[in-house]
Design a protein around this ligand. Sequence first.
Ligand code: ATP
Ligand code: MG
Length: 587
Amino acid sequence: MYLLLKTSFKNRKNLIYLALSFVTLLGLTVANQLEMLTIGIVANAIDYTSTPVGSYLIKIKEKFLHGENQFLKIVTALMCVAIIKGIFLFFSRYVSRILCIKISRDLRQQYFNHIQQLSMNFFQKYNIGSLSTRLVNDSSQIAISINSWITNYLHTPFIVITTLSMCFYISWQLSFVIFLGVPLIICSIKVITKKVRKVTRIIQKNQEDFASVLIDFLAGIQTVKIFSMEKFIFGKYSEHNDKMEKLESKVSRYDLLTRPILHFVTTFSLVLILFVGLYILKMQLAELIVFCGLLHLFYEPIRKFAEENANVQKGVVAAERLFEILNIEPEIVDNISALPILSFNNSIVFNKVWFKYESKWILKDFTFTVNRGETVAIVGSTGSGKSTILQLIPRLYEVNEGSIIIDGRPICEYTQKSLRNLISYVPQKPFLFNDTIKSNIAYGQNLSDDAIYKAAQKAYAHEFIKDLPEGYESKIAEMGKNLSGGQQQRIAIARALAKNASIIILDEATSSLDTISEIKIKDSIENLHGEVTQIIVAHRLTTIESADKIIFIENGVKICEGTINQLIESCYQFREMWEASTLSQLH
Ligand SMILES: Nc1ncnc2c1ncn2[C@@H]1O[C@H](COP(=O)(O)OP(=O)(O)OP(=O)(O)O)[C@@H](O)[C@H]1O
Ligand SMILES: [Mg+2]
């Protein structure tokens, strides 16, 4: 519960809405009780003769409604009370809804902002299904339960206390009758609360798995169809769906169980009040009407409390889950003394770098230097650690031992933002956003059309973009589904070139291209030689023929380093690879 409130009211502005909620609920409660009293007075006006002398109804009447036209005054009072109640009813509900909407917005914002700062390891641990359900479902669940919480924990005690005071004022003996049912209600609510919380935790976990199955299916639809795996996926989907149904039915059962209990307690109290009031205390009917009305007012919020409790409990679990993420500290943070790096002037040095993702060492004592303006290629068999080396440069992961030094300083002494600003990166699996080609190339930069066209021309992408019906304004479907693999790569290269950074990292950037396109891109990138520093990974060795330096890697260990001719001469592992690659090209 503490977490639920902590998450919701982190933004202090929301407390103002909470206070407003409180005030409007106060007004609503007073209006409710006034309504009951006026109804009592109306009943009393009809049956005035039998009212015992000294009754509170007569006292009120004598105090406020003396003189002529009493009935008219009573009716006017009733109307006024109804209008006031209507106004408070509207505002109390409106304010709490607005509060929910604001809390939901704040949470989504806070959550997104937080996960943006987390490192790559985090994104590996939590899958998309889990994170997106947390972001969308949990934050709205928290907001919904705050609405219920306002009714339960703010309104209920308040209404119970004020109504009870009124009841005691009318008849203290009769008020004790109301208390008889209270312990029964509290006990049942407590037991049910525990059960609801337990099942809700399982439901939310299941929801994550469910979302993951769906996301996997949608992202891998082509593989599903080719392997005719529709039945298999449907089985997985149904399994989670059925589980969801069972769990939701369970929560509904617990949720609804409070109703018969409360109904029984209320009816029992009503019968008892009528019996004691009429036969023992000999109260007048009008007084009993007011008392029963107040009894209704007393039990109504308690009934709601029990009903909405399931909602509050769901919110408590959602807040726990949200906090699980919000409490994760980013692994890679800027040092307090971190400086921005404004330009790249000298060199990138890998100094005895050791790195592991989990327990297995991926890079072992890796050392090499890339000087400004050079083109350096990293070559090695699949899984040897090439992409890993590239990802360490913009500090997507932190090295375990050794250091990466740019212009004489370890990269951890620079701010991450400035370091990444220096680098253009085409990853092995480029990602295109669901936006126009133009926005995908500019990606957040305020570039002129001319700059975008130039980048596209260098990446040999202009040729196919200009032939599209909407040209640069063509929308790229989710994950680039409406483009070929080579077209996607060319747009990713154009994006990297449009960034105009001093360091370009290309990880198998031209692997899906035909030889002619590859040569054209190679030529335009080679034109940048000397101007920008290039670090390239390519399986096709012809791509890296003209590199200033080639680093050959095997199982995370640097085997040799030099120009292509030096390596062919002195490094037999590289020679083998080179011969295999030239041989395959001849075939
Ligand atoms: N995010 C990750 N978490 C755990 N292990 C990883 C991760 N990424 C890569 N690895 C492992 O690290 C090793 C090196 O991977 P890397 O992607 O650097 O190889 P690579 O040389 O780029 O291979 P390829 O030529 O196939 O692209 C592999 O054994 C791989 O299984
Ligand atoms: Mg790779």
